[in-house]
Structure formats: structure tokens, C-alpha cells
Design a protein around this ligand. Structure first.
Ligand SMILES: C[S@@+](CC[C@H](N)C(=O)[O-])C[C@H]1O[C@@H](n2cnc3c(N)ncnc32)[C@H](O)[C@@H]1O
Length: 265
């Protein structure tokens, strides 16, 4: 539990200020629990992780969060045009430490990336990478992507969505926590413009099969692959950190590219 010390405590002042659960861990930075109790119980697709934040990440969080950070509080609808200066915007869910996100932003400065994760060190890392590489087309969102999709994104406001190596939740009793399932796809479809591509990748074969099955069955998406199968890895997707770990273990990586459709043939 972190705490902020009063540098010069007066006689009446408490020696320590203990941080309340909802207060930001880094003043001016991302909120600890941005949606708070505003939202009903929901299945969490992310793992609780101990987050040790380096000095560089902490510095980036405190300086850059007010400029490029966004807490997912579920209370307002975002104006993406204003946030990204009119660029087309893709949403990346679960960017981890953000190296691949920064690479894609650098490779395609004409596209804005709204990058969401709950992981504080990764948020700091991505902000630092954006600053170091002069990337003005990244915004970092803190919190649950489900609330972002459901409450904060206008209909048809995104030209794409990326979900790279979502937590595989391999145990059967945890399968319900997997992100890619029919209810998620229904939420994901609403902010996607017609023709927008939902791009998923995973190194966990049973999850890849599940993704293919639920995406193929969902009425708002169609496979870009004529044979109805997995897609070749697109050149624009860099190797991600989790992908590298999967490849080291001999896993096969699968990409899925599905198009948002409004009516099916
Ligand atoms: C297995 S990691 C993959 C990270 C990165 N894409 C990569 O390939 O290296 C999955 C990430 O998704 C994030 N995540 C999972 N569910 C999420 C949700 N509902 N909202 C925001 N982030 C989520 C986790 O915090 C984690 O950082």
C-alpha cells in the first residue's frame, strides 16, 4: 500500500496521508478505479497484477497523463474528432507495455490510436514511448474496455479495433473471462463504422478456435478471408511482447481479420 508523506508535518498534521482506494496513485495521473461503483458487477477479462512502476514510468504518468490520458469513468461520451484532430481512430484493447502500439503509431501517423489497458506500468511506458518518439496520435485510456465500449464511444466512431493476445484464461472454469465472446462482439460492433476491421491475434490455439467460431457466427461481422479461416499475419502488426513469449514456447500465432457489416448476404 503506497502512501504520501507530508514533507514537513505540523504538530496537528498526521504523519502520513494514506491514499484512499479511489484516489490516483500518482497525483494528476490515472485514477485507481475510474468507473468506481457506478457500474454493476461485470466479468473481468483482466488479471489483477502487482504493478511496480519505474521512476521513468511514474514521471511519464504524472507529466503526460493530463495531456494524453483518459480515465474510463463511464460518465461521458467521447468526442474522438476533437481528441485526435480529425484523424481516423482505431481502438487497441489490452496494449500491455505498449511497444507494438508505439510502433504502429509511428508507422501510420495518419491514424489515431486510442489504446486502453488497466495496467499502470504499461500506461506509463506507452506515454514515455509516445513522447520520446514524438508520436502525437496516441491517447492512453485507463480502465475496463467494456465500459469504454458500452458507455463512452459514439456509434460508428472507429475505423478499426485491435485485440492482440488477450489473456487466454486457459482453465475451463475461467473461460467465461475471455474477452472475445458473443456479448463482447455485440458491444464492439456499435462503435465500429461499417467496413471497419476487427483484428484479433492469439497464440493460444483453443482460444483461436473460439474466436473464429464466435466471430463467424456473429451477425455484425464477416470474415475477410474467403476460405472462412484465419488470416495471414498483416505486415502492419509488429511482434508484441506476449507474442514473443508465446513463440519462445513454440506456440502457433493466429490472426483473425473480420469486417463490420450492417447486413449479411
Ligand atoms: C496478455 S496481455 C497482452 C498485451 C499485449 N497486447 C501484448 O501482446 O504484449 C493482455 C492485456 O490486456 C489487458 N486487458 C485485459 N482485459 C482488459 C479490459 N477489459 N480492459 C482493458 N485492458 C484489458 C490486460 O491488462 C493485459 O495488459
Amino acid at each position: 500500500m503506497s502512501e504520501f508523506r507530508d514533507p514537513v508535518p505540523g504538530p496537528e498534521a498526521p504523519r502520513h496521508f494514506i491514499r484512499a482506494k479511489s484516489e490516483p496513485r500518482f497525483p494528476g495521473g490515472p485514477a485507481a478505479d475510474p468507473a468506481g461503483s457506478h457500474h454493476e458487477r461485470r466479468i473481468r477479462s483482466f488479471q489483477p497484477r502487482r504493478s511496480r512502476v519505474t521512476a521513468g514510468q511514474e514521471d511519464a504518468l504524472q507529466r503526460l497523463w493530463p495531456l494524453w490520458g483518459l480515465d474510463i469513468d463511464g460518465h461521458r461520451v467521447l468526442d474522438l474528432e476533437e481528441m485526435f484532430g480529425g484523424l481516423p481512430v482505431v481502438l487497441e484493447i489490452g496494449f500491455g507495455m505498449g511497444e507494438a502500439t508505439a510502433q504502429m503509431a509511428a508507422d501510420d501517423p495518419g491514424t489515431g490510436i486510442l489504446a486502453v489497458d488497466v495496467h499502470t506500468p504499461g500506461q506509463g511506458n506507452l506515454l514515455a514511448l509516445a513522447e520520446r518518439n514524438g508520436l502525437s496520435n496516441i491517447r492512453v485510456a485507463n480502465g475496463d474496455a467494456i465500459i469504454l465500449l458500452r458507455e463512452m464511444l459514439p456509434p460508428r466512431s472507429l475505423t478499426g479495433m485491435r485485440v492482440y493476445f488477450p489473456d487466454p484464461w486457459p482453465k475451463k472454469r475461467h473461460h467465461k473471462r475471455r474477452l472475445i465472446q458473443p456479448e463482447f462482439l455485440t458491444l464492439a460492433a456499435r462503435p465500429l463504422a461499417p467496413g471497419a476491421i476487427l483484428h484479433c491475434a492469439t497464440d493460444w490455439e483453443p482460444y483461436a478456435e473460439q474466436m473464429l467460431e464466435v466471430l463467424s457466427a456473429h451477425p455484425d461481422f464477416e470474415n475477410t478471408q474467403e476460405d472462412g479461416g484465419f488470416a495471414p499475419r498483416p505486415a502492419f502488426r509488429p511482434l508484441t511482447r506476449f507474442e514473443g513469449q508465446g513463440l519462445d514456447k513454440g506456440h502457433k500465432v493466429r490472426d483473425l481479420l473480420f469486417r463490420r457489416v450492417t447486413t449479411r448476404a
